[in-house]
Design a protein around this ligand. Sequence first.
Ligand SMILES: Nc1ncnc2c1ncn2[C@@H]1O[C@H](COP(=O)(O)OP(=O)(O)OP(=O)(O)O)[C@@H](O)[C@H]1O
Ligand SMILES: [Zn+2]
Length: 616
Amino acid sequence: MARDTYLKKVLGDECFGRVQRTRVVMVGAGGIGCELLKDLLLTGYGEIHIVDLDTVTLSNLNRQFLFRKKDIDKSKSLTIAKAVQSFNYFGAKLVPHHGNIMDTNQFPLTWWSQFSYVYNALDNLEARRYVNKMCLFLKKPLMESGTTGFEGQIQPIYPYYSECFDCQAKVTPKTFPVCTIRSTPSLPVHCITWAKEFLFHQLFDESEISSMNNEEQIRNETDDVQEKENLAKEANELIDLRNQIKGLDGSAFIESLVVKIFQADIERLLLIDTLWKSRRKPIPLNFNALSTELQQLLHAKNNIISTDTKVWSVLENLFVLYKSGVALQSRLKSGKESFVSFDKDDDDTLNFVVAAANLRSSIFGIPLMSKFDIKEIAGNIIPAIATTNAIISGFSSLNGTKFFKHDYEQTGSVDFSPIVKESSTVFISIKPNKYITAASLVSPNESCPSSSLLSRGIMNLTNQELQENTLRWLVDELVKKYGYEDGDLSIIVGKSRLVYDVDFDDNIDSSLSELSGFEDGDLVLIQDENDELENLELYITVVNEPTTEKLPNIQLREKKAIKEKNEDEQGDSTIENNTNQDGTTMVIIEDEEDTDLVMIAEPASKKRRIAGEEYM
Ligand SMILES: Nc1ncnc2c1ncn2[C@@H]1O[C@H](COP(=O)(O)OP(=O)(O)OP(=O)(O)O)[C@@H](O)[C@H]1O
Ligand SMILES: [Zn+2]
């Protein structure tokens, strides 16, 4: 059967026709992106824009099947667009963009407005959150997807009609109590966390204050006065050492470091009796006893450390610490870098963390690990699996394409209720009986910072208007337009910087261009201090010509009314479910007569795990 005949049969003539006239964007051209682009192309989409900021690396080739060895170091988006031409059977127009999706110069809000559907194929929380926001701004449907190892998930997002990406808290990586890491490690992962988050961070990274040295946290976690004093002392000495890094020569720096962290700090720790009542006491490193052998290694011609999969001896770890420590020190000394951040692919940083973690392990009687294994833990690497990406991409395009069964484009409607009822979040996993599960979409979370009690719109001003108009002008305009009682509003820019409220009017006569936070692409939050009107988020857009619609023509809803409406709508999810004896549910995904996809679902309440940071 010809391809288009087949697609017409599966999607229906009208839907297929719409898909062919549609312009979509795919953000991310990595593991999921390669699979997804193939799917979107073979579904017949008319125009596909592809955004990625990165270039192809060797490690991508095992699963990102559209890239070849010859493509290494080339732009992912440009390469992928070329690679699919050989099977571009429907003649889709492919438009690659090499850049960061969060760059508002390259991708202003006006750029986003051209798309009918946004497909995410990203690997980090920050970019996902950003795209979610843009889609909320423009009421664009978004398909979110993520995989980690054998697990994966898609989440269709229909702004204000179903949960957005921010509606559910994300799984955060496992953390350990500071005191376990700093005083009483018992597992290799404790020593790796110490080496990476505390030692490396304090010595080489941007900020001297790390979470491992958070006094308040330490105060909450231990009552032992001696331990508290000890931790503070340790950290201060490390900061002193950091300040001396550039002044010391290589061997003096490493020797001071080793003697301090593996000898003096441990000896001091041993003085706190309470810590060792029921634990094995650590044994400080005897640096003197090892220094002759270390010198021999340092003067050896051959590279003695070769295999990453072998567990190094204490001496070998000391050697690697020496070499990587000196390399990092000279990078800072050269002035080219003012700090160095840990990166699993930066060998100096990884070697330092591996060696420091292992030396600490040896002191506490914890098994040492190979560089290969430590890299996996320190880099939080869960292997990416091509098949998981392929399955998730398939669900992503299948579920996303359903949107085009409706004629949203023609009618201009943004009432997403019908498509929300037909869509589902899909999960895949390797657990028996849970290979594929699905749950119907639910209404946005009432306390979601991104999609509840909030209206959004665009503020259009020319550069000249930004220079001429003061904050006072903006406050007056806001009050006139939206009716804040007694003018009692506050204006917040950036993440949380207050520039105005009734008790803080220091900036009132500054022009908007003088106040940072009012540049093209910036977001400004307006809050009603009387707590009656919902919040308003403005997206600043610099236009060439003055417009009459400087502030968005919207009516802010009353918070009370929204809450009441939400309460009325509770429990309004109508997807047909049939509960089985084992508590799982059969969810009919397709509403067509010839139902083609039936899934087993667990109750929706159990399924609140959304693609978070650890999803690739
Ligand atoms: N802010 C962003 N703007 C544009 N593209 C982004 C942004 N953040 C991430 N990406 C891209 O999303 C893709 C995610 O794909 P994937 O998870 O396979 O990651 P990868 O970097 O290719 O692989 P790995 O992380 O395993 O080395 C990457 O190609 C990455 O460059
Ligand atoms: Zn939300």
